[in-house]
Write a protein that binds this ligand. Structure first.
Ligand code: MN
Length: 458
């Protein structure tokens, strides 16, 4: 096609139009060029969850598409059958060729004047469900969850708070730092997050005490869901790494900073982070992100080049993703007053020191097996300016410089009733804007100790 943008594939072409009207709303995160996958059922029912695709303010039921004969040549293929699963794991395990075929078919089904067609309104309504009437789940059964630390600005800011004379440890520019997170406590967007209790010990305290965290924080991150993965004992070459990434979500790595400061040495985060991690429900595929690929962030002069197993011409040229990521906060008082959420942060995922491919290749570099549905967190996404920092620890300098909110409240860390909302969006000239939807959670009060020392639920 003459003049066509080289980065465009047929499913991201801005000229595509859907018969779903809300997909044309300029504010929607889910135009026909996005087509993120998720797992849903009708809210208030005990239906078996199944695979759907977000389109405008609706969910396209891919299981129903199969029943309606809309899968075309894909009927009876593993990709189509995987849509009847209550998680995305079977689809994630199939690999990019199958993902692309399914995406193309979904795009055809949703395309105005597309094939197979002869859509009438009635038929369309049978396979669409308003998102407002859908219950959305964590999109995969997560066997393992690993969280990285890929923003050098975040690592430097946090290092300076905990180790003023030695903020950035000497390994940082050589090895992607991570820790093994807890898969069991990864929760769907909208799940309330109970304030954790644990051992807290301030610098002036002689001994720790046990009680509710006084420094509860969020972390603005992107999560990558693993596709086929690798067998135990084998590595993944850097140039093959993206073949093992099904797609990206928003991720909030809730963190109790007081618990973290006391427990983190020498083995890293443990109970400070394993009480909850929230993910957004819609997995945005790499195909949808194709128009928003950018070079890996350039390393400052004097920094070491990555070792060869983390170096690839292709990854350096297009290993980044131009995703703008945001944190919004709405306190209980703001909700009661009918005031809107306030934006605390606007950051750039493209600024990360390590690319997604480098994180995945490094993870498998010792022969560790990655499996379909495993989740890799990027680490907090931060930039230099205060309003580009991805957690309150950095914004408030560990609580020393509280943040002033509209309405007169201040925050050093999160209070009970605070709602944290993460958003992500991609936009550039010549491409259709796409977004990640939302990753939400409201902080609720800690579990209360009873006089007998046991625990009672509030
Ligand atoms: Mn984190």
């Amino acid at each position: 096609m003459a003049g066509r943008d080289a980065a465009m594939t047929d499913t991201t072409d801005p000229s595509l139009v859907s018969w779903v009207e809300s997909a044309h709303d300029p504010a929607t995160d889910f135009p026909i060029q996005n087509l993120p996958f998720g797992v849903f059922r009708r809210a208030g029912t005990e239906e078996v969850p199944r695979v759907g695709v977000a389109i405008g303010d609706q969910v396209l039921d891919l299981c129903a598409c199969l029943g309606e004969g809309l899968m075309g040549d894909l009927a009876d293929t593993p990709a189509a059958l995987a849509c009847a699963s209550p998680s995305l794991n079977p689809l994630m395990g199939l690999g990019r060729a199958q993902w692309t075929m399914l995406r193309r078919q979904v795009s055809r089904v949703l395309r105005a004047g597309g094939t197979p067609t002869r859509y009438d309104r009635e038929r369309a309504e049978r396979i669409l469900l308003p998102q407002a009437e859908a219950e959305l789940f964590v999109p995969a059964e997560i066997g393992d969850y690993t969280d990285f630390y890929a923003s050098i600005a975040h690592a430097t800011h946090v290092g300076a708070l905990f180790r003023p004379d030695n903020p950035l440890l000497p390994n940082y520019k050589w090895v992607p730092i991570g820790y093994h997170g807890r898969a069991s406590s990864v929760v769907a967007s909208g799940t309330p997050v109970r304030r954790p209790s644990g051992q807290r010990k301030g610098p002036a305290d002689d001994a720790p005490s046990f009680g509710p965290s006084r420094s509860l924080d969020y972390e603005l991150e992107i999560g990558a869901f693993v596709g086929p993965g690798n067998a135990l004992g084998t590595r993944v070459a850097i140039d093959e790494a993206e073949a093992h990434v099904f797609g990206l979500v928003l991720l909030n790595d809730w963190s109790a900073r007081d618990l973290q400061a006391w427990e983190y040495q020498p083995l890293g985060p443990f109970l400070a982070k394993s009480f909850a991690t929230t993910v957004s429900p819609w997995v945005v595929t790499l195909e949808a992100l194709e128009p928003f690929r950018v070079p890996a962030a350039p390393r400052p002069a004097g920094d070491p080049a990555p070792l060869p197993y983390l170096t690839s011409v292709v990854d350096q040229a297009r290993g980044g993703f131009a995703i703008t990521v945001e944190v919004w906060l709405r306190t209980a008082r703001m909700r009661e007053a009918g005031a809107p959420a306030v934006r605390l942060t606007r950051g750039a995922f493209a600024d990360m020191y390590w690319t997604v491919a480098q994180l995945l290749a490094h993870h498998a570099s010792n022969g560790c097996n990655l499996r379909p549905g495993d989740l890799l967190g990027s680490g907090t996404i931060s930039g230099e300016p205060r309003d580009a920092r991805g957690c309150l620890l950095e914004i408030t300098a560990r609580g020393a410089e509280p943040l002033a909110l509209p309405g007169g409240e201040t925050r050093a860390f999160l209070e009970d009733g605070d709602e944290v909302i993460l958003r992500g969006l991609c936009e550039r000239d010549g491409a259709t804007r796409i977004g990640f939807g939302e990753c939400r959670g409201i902080v609720t009060a800690a579990e209360r100790s009873t006089p007998a020392g046991g625990m009672a639920t509030i």
